[in-house]
Design a protein around this ligand. Structure first.
Ligand SMILES: NC(=O)c1ccc[n+]([C@@H]2O[C@H](COP(=O)([O-])OP(=O)(O)OC[C@H]3O[C@@H](n4cnc5c(N)ncnc54)[C@H](OP(=O)(O)O)[C@@H]3O)[C@@H](O)[C@H]2O)c1
Length: 288
């Protein structure tokens, strides 16, 4: 999987498989990045909100692979909703990561987390945020720019006013919960979709129906889930700090049949994401 890439609308390549780092702390992140790169990963996904840019950066700088061969994504905090706040935060991310540039910078969410999917859509504010990303792109501080958690109308708001089009939208997309219409909209608009929580944050691992399909292919549920997203044309960024899991998650050299893809699109939706169900991305509410 490691050599497989998609092309972004600006022509640059992005590895189809990346390492997710949410809930991996600074100390663990440094080692996780080094382990992942040693195994073959060249794409790492972090965010200002994860509080681990420092550790991720240390891992990147000590992993022994040239910076140019790595693809690093970070995300502007969901709460930064004006030009200056975003501009400052980009420099903070660069400083924490200890890097000269970021390969992909995305807006973490169209709304601050404590208003996620609520009435105020922050359309005007997001245009300002996008302008700050465009300006960072023009200076070369970031090599690609994009969105995360943007619904169709959130993305249309940016598309209608932008100078540079968003190159990705990173969204929740896994077996049993795949926003096919949003994916189609993005793909028609040359916006590459990145699937976050591609293993449903772990909640799909004991799904009996999915396990039966995985058994048929002689793979694990994690592998089947990742291959499913890849076959939909999505980037996958499974999270783990466990080198065994990192390796297994890269072995996706099998093909899910059309019939099984249809079954996987339609299995009963996961309702609970375990102890982390309270996070807005899983439908929970943050305390106001
Ligand atoms: N943009 C956003 O708003 C957003 C939201 C959520 C996530 N993300 C990004 O997407 C990444 C992935 O999502 P996620 O962390 O929610 O969940 P995930 O990658 O779907 O699932 C992670 C869980 O699966 C387990 N796992 C991983 N590989 C496994 C394997 N081969 N066998 C068995 N278990 C395995 C992990 O356990 P171990 O750790 O024990 O391996 C962990 O419990 C995040 O880390 C983050 O980078 C972005």
């Amino acid at each position: 999987m490691f050599n497989e890439t998609y092309k972004l609308s600006n022509g640059s390549a992005i590895p189809k498989l990346g390492l997710g780092t949410w809930l991996i702390d600074n100390e663990q992140a440094e080692q996780a990045v080094r382990d992942a790169v040693a195994i073959g990963y060249r794409h790492i996904d972090t965010a200002q909100a994860y509080g681990n840019e420092f550790g991720v950066g240390k891992g990147i700088r000590s992993c022994g692979v040239a910076r140019a061969e790595l693809f690093i994504t970070t995300k502007v905090a969901a709460e930064a909703k004006n030009y200056n706040a975003v501009k400052i935060s980009i420099d903070e991310s660069l400083a924490k990561l200890g890097l000269d540039y970021i390969d992909l910078l995305i807006i973490h969410s169209p709304q601050p987390w404590n208003e996620f999917r609520e009435a105020n859509r922050y359309f005007e504010e997001n245009k300002e945020v996008w302008k700050a990303l465009e300006d960072a792109y023009k200076t070369g501080k970031v090599k690609a720019i994009g969105l995360s958690n943007f619904l169709q109308d959130d993305a249309e708001n940016i598309l209608a006013s932008c100078e540079i089009k968003p190159m990705v939208n990173q969204i929740l997309a896994h077996v049993s919960n795949t926003p096919l219409e949003l994916i189609e909209f993005c793909q028609k608009n040359d916006i590459l979709v990145e699937a976050y929580s591609p293993i449903a944050h772990g909640a799909i691992l004991d799904h009996a129906e999915v396990k039966a399909i995985a058994d048929k292919y002689g793979v694990s549920v994690a592998q089947l889930s990742l291959r499913y997203d890849i076959q939909l044309g999505l980037v996958v960024i499974p999270k783990t700090a466990n080198p065994d899991h990192m390796l297994i998650n890269s072995k996706l050299d099998f093909v899910i049949s059309d019939a099984d893809m249809e079954t996987l699109k339609n299995v009963d939706a996961i309702q609970h994401y375990g102890e982390h169900s309270f996070f807005p991305v899983f439908g929970g509410k943050m305390n106001k």
